[in-house]
Design a binder for this molecule. Structure first.
Ligand SMILES: [Fe+2]
Ligand SMILES: [Fe+2]
Ligand SMILES: [Fe+2]
Ligand SMILES: [Fe+2]
Length: 405
């Protein structure tokens, strides 16, 4: 299946920017700025087109494991924000490298994320010196540190001077000589101005060649699992929700006899259906008490943001529609679009049923997971209210009844 590589990268960085801003307090568009700056530094090294695309992808995804890491390490603890920042080093590099292992890069990107916090003098988390650290990791490290320390969303001449003297001072210590030279030679005030908030979204990939790629069903599944990881780990309450739905989509797709590509597309839709939750405030997602009306309305916006984050990806039109309609109801009382039964295809209806079925069966801090029979009873009531498709609920009953027994 053909998907635009640049669009896909853009939406990943959008998703990551949402969480990184909230979790570690970097200014918005951090991963986009790192991708953009890495592309600029990469020019110094005469990379091929494919290498440039790989570098941009690794840079955009450099902190892909942040939600997972923070939830695992601090979900239950009470570490301060400062100590969190310290302890993140190392672990999120390991998890992040693991997460991208199966993504379809053009060439070998081994170590690009694992070593993105290594220092030239060997004082990084894995104590690797320059000669042991791959080029992409060194470039991303420099870009990441400069943005974290100087906030490149606003750049003045004075700030640029400070960055330049900082880099010279840290040559062979924090940063390797080649990457410092790449910055000194390739980064001008004009480059940096483009990184300001109003512009970065537009300029990010304008220098990268447009690339559409054919992805195998297996690659689609790996891609979308990474999205699912990012969103599921945002909240302790919904851990494995997206992945759970993705797997159930796959089971149902096989039951319906769809071909491998359609199976993977349904898995993809399941994995990304709640990606819009990245925009919803963490405290509201995790609120143990009853939500106020305003808070509920705020949570409901996630379905629209799912659409917003995916609809520009060329090649992903169908998946976007299936994913973003998972709260629509046949009687037109759902959201975000208020579609009616004539406008909802079988895939959207399936997504809506599975979302509820999965949520009911999940254990949450405030409730136990419901049995298959009880969940089906609730779905059946919704069928009676003309909200869900009765045939699909029957199919779900048939398929998962045997799985449970
Ligand atoms: Fe990092
Ligand atoms: Fe970062
Ligand atoms: Fe949802
Ligand atoms: Fe959901």
């Amino acid at each position: 299946m053909k998907i635009c590589f640049n669009d896909m990268l853009y939406s990943f960085s959008y998703a990551l920017d949402c969480v990184e801003h909230e979790l570690v307090g970097v200014t918005t568009y951090h991963s986009k700025r790192i991708a953009y700056l890495s592309i600029q530094l990469g020019k110094y090294f005469d990379l091929t087109v494919e290498e440039q695309l790989d570098l941009a992808a690794c840079a955009a995804l450099h902190d892909n494991a942040l939600t997972e890491y923070i939830e695992d390490e601090y979900g239950k603890g009470n570490a301060s924000k400062e100590s969190k920042k310290e302890l993140i080093i190392g672990k999120h590099c390991l998890l992040g490298e693991r997460n991208i292992k199966k993504l379809p890069f053009f060439k070998d990107v081994k170590g690009a994320i694992l070593f993105h916090h290594e220092c030239a003098d060997g004082s990084g988390p894995f104590m690797k010196k320059t000669s042991e650290t791959p080029l992409y990791a060194r470039i991303i490290h420099l870009a990441d540190q400069v943005d974290a320390m100087f906030d490149l969303s606003v750049v003045t001449d004075e700030k640029l001077q400070k960055i330049v003297s900082f880099l010279k001072q840290e040559e062979d210590k924090l940063f390797d000589r080649d990457s410092v030279n790449a910055f000194l030679q390739n980064v001008t005030p004009q480059t940096l101005i483009k990184m300001e908030n109003g512009q970065i979204e537009n300029v990010l990939f304008e220098e990268l060649p447009y690339m559409e790629r054919d992805y195998t069903p297996e690659e689609l599944i790996h891609f979308s699992s990474l999205y699912a990881n990012i969103v599921d780990y945002k909240s302790e309450f919904t851990k494995e929700h997206s992945l759970g739905i993705a797997k159930k989509c796959l089971t149902m797709a096989k039951y319906y006899g769809y071909d491998e590509e359609k199976q993977a597309k349904l898995y993809f839709a399941g994995a990304v259906h709640d990606i819009g939750k990245l925009v919803v405030e963490h405290d509201i997602l995790e609120k143990p008490d009853k939500l106020t009306e305003d808070e509920y309305e705020h949570i409901k916006t996630h379905a629209y943001y799912t659409y917003q984050m995916l609809h520009k990806i060329k090649g992903l039109e169908e998946i976007t529609r299936w994913a973003s309609c998972h709260h629509e109801k046949l009687n037109g009382k759902g959201y975000p679009f208020g579609k009616t039964k004539d406008q909802l295809g079988k895939e959207e209806r399936l997504m809506a049923c599975l979302d509820i079925y999965q949520a009911l069966s999940e254990e949450r801090p405030y409730k136990k997971g419901m049995s298959h029979e009880r969940s089906i009873q609730i779905l059946q009531k919704m069928v009676n209210r003309k909200e869900l498709d009765g045939n699909i609920v029957n199919d779900i009953n048939l398929v998962f009844q045997s799985e449970k027994s």
